[in-house]
Design a protein around this ligand. Structure first.
Ligand code: G3H
Ligand code: ZN
Length: 295
């Protein structure tokens, strides 16, 4: 039996991070699963409210569980960026392993109060579910953005992090440390990268003493990611990079076989394209020499 909490604790001890990849269809799920299987590292699959509405809440839960059970493999499911208790409860009842309860847009006190209530409600449904809380502003969706508004004033402070964790009882914290959702066009082209406040991550870890997630991983500088993991990040979320690879792979699959209509003959090109991204990110998060030792 694989349990997410022990996988994360082991990753913390080994100073590696568990990759979290968002999925919205079977192409993405397959690419994430086969990559993790190939590298023999545990993996988290995430579905935002929009992604799970498209896939079906019980349906994605059954799919991930069937992979875990059939292959005896540590693949887990997270209800990413859940903005209401109703949706969080729905995911917990469907058997999700974790919920990101995201009220970071609300004033701090309100976020604390409602996150605490959510932790209690979700643990009553499933005592081993992990609940992640969010503070600070890390921007909007996993899309290609035309501009990057200044978020430097809403970075998480170590004191806020400590207070939030103590008052809510969350298992995992997602801070704002220079990360942001989505990519600029220049990042898709590989000309620009996101940079992280590593010192802040280290201070937050020291103050809050909790598992930490880095959201908005797409387009982040590789060295910053390595340093962030060394400073205390335990989970890294990647979505936009996968979406870009999905689209490119799909377009090239269609272009290569203009007369083909069988999806299972066209879609493997999209799976391969997404797989390249997942493999390279998983290698980075798990540092080459530790690959396969976390299973
Ligand atoms: O929760 C999802 C992630 O934080 C993804 O962010 O699209 O910038 O990789 P990203
Ligand atoms: Zn996120």
């Amino acid at each position: 039996m694989h349990a997410l909490r022990s996988v994360l604790e082991q990753a913390q001890q080994m100073r590696v991070a568990v990759g979290h990849f968002n999925v919205a269809d079977l192409v993405l799920l397959k690419a994430v699963f086969v990559s993790a299987q190939e590298l023999k590292v545990p993996v988290l699959v995430g579905v935002s409210e929009g992604e799970r509405e498209f896939m079906g809440v019980p349906q994605i839960s059954v799919l991930v569980r069937s992979l875990r059970e059939e292959f005896d493999f540590p693949i887990f499911l997270n209800a990413d960026h859940t903005h209401s208790l109703v949706k969080a409860v729905e995911a917990a009842k469907a058997g999700f392993d974790a919920v990101v309860f995201d009220l970071s847009a609300l004033p701090f006190e309100q976020n604390v109060r409602q996150t605490k209530e959510a932790v209690e409600a979700l643990k009553a449904i499933n005592p081993s579910i992990l609940v992640e809380g969010e503070i600070g502003d890390i921007g909007t969706g996993s899309e290609i953005h035309t501009e990057a508004p200044d978020l430097s004033k809403s970075l998480t402070t170590p004191e806020e992090a400590r207070q939030f964790v103590e008052s809510t009882g969350v298992d995992i914290l997602a801070p704002a440390v220079g990360n942001r959702h989505g990519m600029l066009k220049s990042m898709v082209q590989g000309e620009a990268r996101k940079h992280l406040d590593i010192e802040r991550i280290a201070q937050i870890k020291k103050a809050a003493r909790i598992l930490l997630t880095l959201h908005g991983g797409s387009g982040t500088d590789d060295n910053d990611l390595r340093n962030a993991i060394a400073a205390g990040i335990n989970i890294v979320h990647i979505n936009t990079e996968l979406r870009v690879a999905w689209r490119r792979g799909l377009e090239s699959g269609l272009a290569k076989q203009p007369d083909e209509v069988a999806p299972y003959k066209i879609l493997p090109t999209a799976v391969d394209s997404v797989k390249q991204v997942v493999l390279s990110r998983l290698k980075l998060f798990n540092s080459e020499q530790k690959l396969g030792k976390g299973l």
